[in-house]
Design a binder for this molecule. Sequence first.
Ligand SMILES: *[C@@H]1O[C@H](CO)[C@@H](O)[C@H](O)[C@H]1NC(C)=O
Ligand SMILES: *[C@@H]1O[C@H](CO)[C@@H](O)[C@H](O)[C@H]1NC(C)=O
Ligand SMILES: *[C@@H]1O[C@H](CO)[C@@H](O)[C@H](O)[C@H]1NC(C)=O
Ligand SMILES: *[C@@H]1O[C@H](CO)[C@@H](O)[C@H](O)[C@H]1NC(C)=O
Ligand SMILES: *[C@@H]1O[C@H](CO)[C@@H](O)[C@H](O)[C@H]1NC(C)=O
Ligand SMILES: *[C@@H]1O[C@H](CO)[C@@H](O)[C@H](O)[C@H]1NC(C)=O
Ligand SMILES: *[C@@H]1O[C@H](CO)[C@@H](O)[C@H](O)[C@H]1NC(C)=O
Length: 414
Amino acid sequence: MVFVKFLLATAGLLEIVHSAVLPGVKTVLVNNIVVPKTKSDFTKNNATAKWASGYPKEWGFEDFHYQLNIPDPEDNFNAVVTNDEKYLVITNGSYVEFIDLDKNATASGFIFQVPDKQFAVGLTVRPATQGGYDVFTGIGTYKYDTPNTTIRQHVGSDLKPVGQPIVYQGSIGAISKQGKLVSPYGYVYDLETTSNTPIATLKGQPDLTDFSFAPDGVHLASVSWHEETADLWNATSGEKIFSFPATKAQNWLTRFSPDGKYVAFALGSSNNTVQIYTLTNLTAAPIEIKGFNDWPRYLDWSPTSKQIAIGDDGRLRVYKVPSKEVTQIWQVDATNDYYTATEVTGISWLDNGNKITWQWRDGKYLYDFESNTEWLWTVSNEDHSWGPSAFYLLKKKGYAVTVDGDSTVRFWKI
Ligand SMILES: *[C@@H]1O[C@H](CO)[C@@H](O)[C@H](O)[C@H]1NC(C)=O
Ligand SMILES: *[C@@H]1O[C@H](CO)[C@@H](O)[C@H](O)[C@H]1NC(C)=O
Ligand SMILES: *[C@@H]1O[C@H](CO)[C@@H](O)[C@H](O)[C@H]1NC(C)=O
Ligand SMILES: *[C@@H]1O[C@H](CO)[C@@H](O)[C@H](O)[C@H]1NC(C)=O
Ligand SMILES: *[C@@H]1O[C@H](CO)[C@@H](O)[C@H](O)[C@H]1NC(C)=O
Ligand SMILES: *[C@@H]1O[C@H](CO)[C@@H](O)[C@H](O)[C@H]1NC(C)=O
Ligand SMILES: *[C@@H]1O[C@H](CO)[C@@H](O)[C@H](O)[C@H]1NC(C)=O
């Protein structure tokens, strides 16, 4: 499941891109498209990644696309593909449409009950155990707000809304596989019920920034940016299990490895460190990865938990865990700090770890470890971008799906 996290609502989203050619970034012409030149671009047997046939590609050359209304920089567009790959769900903040990806046709549409003069922020769609889906959005007082409430609208198997939306306090901090939602207020809600009374409250911690559930759904890691803390909780009882040693840094993000063996913390301020603790020995010194350009704010564990991909300014690196050996590097070739000071975002291992995706500025990249092949979908000089971004792979259908910052969802046969 790919959750659209409140952390994505950073200033970068507001930027309107007018050119793919950036001063200070060296460029090359590939497939007649201007793309960033790389200092390093993945390797296999010492050979650099090769472009997939016909790539890079620019917006406008997709096989087909979906929009909800005519794209407008003032709109409030968002889209996700459900993790069963059955539906594309798109919204303009007040209306939600389910598109059946097998039939390639609209399956359902309904009005989202967002309070007057407030904004829907983000979109999360989760299959419900009783059938159908739960559609979540945050509610904020302005468009890129950090929402302080979340609404959940259930849709039945017929994709029609059932009942009134349920309102939770706080944004979505994390959702466990077992269906528990934790919000930054420290409230844990059970999504298997329709109750919005917390089943647990994380005790004595007011100001939390990010969360990650262990696969057991009980161990819950949190970090606080303001309080500079990192903690481990029992999500069932709300008791604190362990306080990690003070980092004296603005801790930004936490992620459990998929096997639950490790928990990673990303430290900001001037530390620019990723710490990795081992769950079976919390008091042992963490593995520390250092030397990032500014904050490492985006990372993803490989499905085997044996590798971690971490992004920083203009660079993506893959490390082995626990050895910290760097096995892959993608890095733009640039001379101008202003333009390289754009983080690699959207990092996600796909296809059982055979592929990895990342985003730099408005370019979405995909790399296949087995064939040493790379894809890139990017803006042209005429394109404008203002909204949220995401990437999905429809493995069975053989499509890459790019949710692009011009309120358009593009389908590319790969
Ligand atoms: C890659 O290059 C290095 C140094 O040039 C060499 O030692 C190594 O054997 C090469 N590996 C492969 C798989 O070709
Ligand atoms: C959202 O989309 C619906 C359906 O196309 C439309 O009726 C409505 O006016 C749109 N709302 C906004 C704010 O664009
Ligand atoms: C999906 O529908 C669109 C029109 O809405 C069409 O352009 C496109 O070719 C269709 N794709 C497939 C795979 O049928
Ligand atoms: C959310 O913000 C609004 C507007 O600032 C405020 O009225 C409301 O009480 C807040 N809700 C919570 C749960 O803090
Ligand atoms: C979590 O809390 C529950 C309820 O108090 C308890 O049964 C369980 O053993 C605790 N688990 C851990 C790992 O602390
Ligand atoms: C983070 O930086 C602060 C200030 O330099 C320092 O006191 C602290 O020990 C650092 N933490 C780590 C984990 O390196
Ligand atoms: C935990 O780590 C510490 C420090 O490395 C070590 O002294 C201790 O033996 C370890 N405990 C276990 C149970 O492995």
